[in-house]
Design a protein around this ligand. Structure first.
Ligand code: FMN
Length: 192
């Protein structure tokens, strides 16, 4: 599988979802163009550990400085299948919703929308303001998929890592670049 995917990691809580998405994409053989925001560097270190940034960078095919608005992925001409932002902060969500294109992460997201490609946003905040909700509506109207990083409680994950991996697998499945990998609900056991 040779799909090329942009992975943006912004500074919302849930940095582990970005790492889990990159592990899954790498396992599928996808090429990863990685963009980390400065706040994501901080949450990766704080929430996952001091080695997290080095690991996610090593899994990427290309790691782009967020200031590099001249990178290939800033253009719709780059042969990219789609993009995941995991996690997606309310700041990056707002920038994407309003077409600000103010750094390489939000520019690459905008490119997916204008090229009518998949854009999956693991938008994370709680509780939500009306601004957050309106921005989620706006990106949905433009074709993005808002997938809050909420655990699949119905699968009864036995650890936080299992819940995070399930979230990452669902996000990757939404790109539609490979056969589904996420654990599926198998129906209720009746009777008994
Ligand atoms: C530990 C930590 C957790 C945070 N959690 C969230 C969050 O869950 N959602 C959010 O929208 N912002 C959160 N923030 C704030 C963002 O990092 C901040 O708004 C930042 O400007 C986002 O910039 P970015 O979108 O370029 O990454 C958090 C910040 C820190 C340091």
């Amino acid at each position: 599988m040779t799909a090329r995917v942009v992975l943006g990691v912004s500074g919302a809580s849930g940095a582990a979802t970005g790492l889990a998405v990159s592990r899954r994409l790498a396992a599928l053989g996808a090429g990863i163009d990685l963009v980390l925001s400065p706040a994501a560097r901080r949450t990766l270190a704080q929430e996952v550990g001091p080695e997290a940034e080095a690991e996610i960078t090593a899994l990427a095919t290309r790691a782009h400085p967020i200031e590099d608005i001249g990178a290939e992925i800033a253009s719709g001409s780059a042969p990219v299948a789609g993009m995941i932002v995991a996690p997606c902060s309310m700041r990056s969500l707002a920038a994407i919703a309003h077409g600000l294109d103010d750094n390489l992460l939000t520019r690459a997201a905008s490119v997916q929308l204008k090229e009518r490609r998949r854009l999956v946003l693991l938008a994370r905040e709680a509780p939500l303001t009306l601004a957050h909700l309106r921005n989620m509506t706006a990106v949905t109207e433009m074709g993005a998929i808002v997938m809050p990083p909420v655990p699949a409680f119905y699968l009864r994950p036995d650890s936080l890592d299992a819940a995070v991996d399930q979230i990452a697998d669902r996000a990757v499945d939404l790109l539609g670049i490979a056969a589904p990998v996420a654990q599926a609900w198998r129906g209720e056991v009746s009777g008994g």
